[in-house]
Design a binder for this molecule. Sequence first.
Ligand SMILES: [Zn+2]
Ligand SMILES: [Zn+2]
Length: 547
Amino acid sequence: MAKTQQKVTVTFLGGVGEVGKNMTAIECAGDMIIVDCGVAFPKEDSPGMDAIIPDITYIKENIKKLRGVVLTHGHEDHIGAIPYYTDVLKNVPIYGTALTIGLLKRKLEKNAKKCNLNVIAAGDSVTLGNINVEFIKVVHSMGGACALSIKTKCGTVFVTGDFKMDNTPIDGKKTDVGRIAEIGAKGVLLMLGESTNVERKGSSTSEKVVGQSLENIFLANTKKRLIIACFASSNYRVQQVLTLAHKYNRKVVLAGKSMKAIVDVASACGELHVPKGVIVDSVGKLLPHETLVLATGSQGEPLSALKKMSKGEFNKINVGSDDVVVLSSSPIPGNEKSVYDVINDLFRKGADVIYDSMNDIHVSGHAYEEELKLMLTLVQPEYFMPVHGEYRHQFKHAQIAKAIGVNSKNIVIPNIGESFGVTSKGIRKHSNVQAGNMYVDGVVLEDGQSLVNDRLSLAEYGMLVVLAAVDLERGVIVGDVDVVARGFNLTEDVEKAIRLAVVEGVNGADLDKADIDEYARYVKKSVRKLFYRERQFPIIIPVIVKD
Ligand SMILES: [Zn+2]
Ligand SMILES: [Zn+2]
């Protein structure tokens, strides 16, 4: 057998060194599978973009080997990039639990027909070429989440997926520690472990605690209307709200498209049980104490229902002193300002707002340190790679693995684009593959990075348009040079210097070869040089016309 057939190759296309756009390729003996295919959400460093998705050049180059895509669960950072890659994946079977595939189908809309979508249940196995994937139940902030045991000829790769060890989950279905221990006892070559909450000591709190806190809010506010905002994808949270509303005789109005969608999708696949008659279409003539509004927007998202309510722009629901608003979430790092803006506006409108984690109105769906230790103890991997986290999370997770007894030589912190060959004899780093960010602004952009760079330059330094008429035969400027500035403080001196630079630029061009475009390039270069010295990088747009 050829040497290349005896190793498992793991290639990281996203989700390492970052939180978001998880995507990993796993190969053995000529067959490849993809684990997850998610998006990341743009922050200040990529203004105006809709989404960031993984560069999948490596997958396209190896498409002949691709036997399937397996999805751990239905969060955006695990399934969100698939709609952008339906052409690449159209003949490839995609596997996930009912809720995962249900949510994906909704995202794909009419493209769903193009895709080969397959529903499996936790406990099922699928064979993809010479690779066998077993889906194992884990608890997370949404239903249908699985860890994966990926059996290859050259050893087993165990992927934890996003998980926690909640012993009192809402639906009674716990993380299948028994099965994970069995798999561990049989021998796991490599484990990829999620690292999101590695910085949190102890163990995460059960989702059930949130139910108790919410019930206390119901009991303390019997005369007021309740508006509860949470992630639409948190079907357990939605379940608890619906159950409590039913118990306390409140009708529920769903506000926000994704909230309505999750209720439809999750109830259709048995991950949500809606008490009969509890959901109504609109507030209508209901009195405040008979009403509960379940809304999207717990992260202050600009177009969400709660944001619109805070601005008085949600047509049917006017927030005021009859309202108690509960943000059943904690701000994702980076979203703090948008969340607090919404909270400020809700208070301004006279509502009472309950929002901090001190009230136990939110728990995380990701394992804390002690749960990560337990997972490592159950799996007992020979090799370990921390994933699903920024570098500091991965670093701390690596330290934990060492403390648990994984040989430190067998622990690797992977980065995007890195590829490793793993055998029981050792781990070898291959050369990097093309990987990184692809930007989506309406469509997937060919060269999104330069657009992002332009937007950042515009925001920081502004824009200069220089206009000049050039006599192409003599290679000289005719008439005045005009300078128009936007977002740039144009003083008289600077304007003068720019005019001179434009003249120098035109003079620098080769008279015999230069056309309009050539002059524009020279002018741009010359003006740009002027600002280099000041470490300023305004966008420069030369407009050269033929005299
Ligand atoms: Zn997740
Ligand atoms: Zn995730």
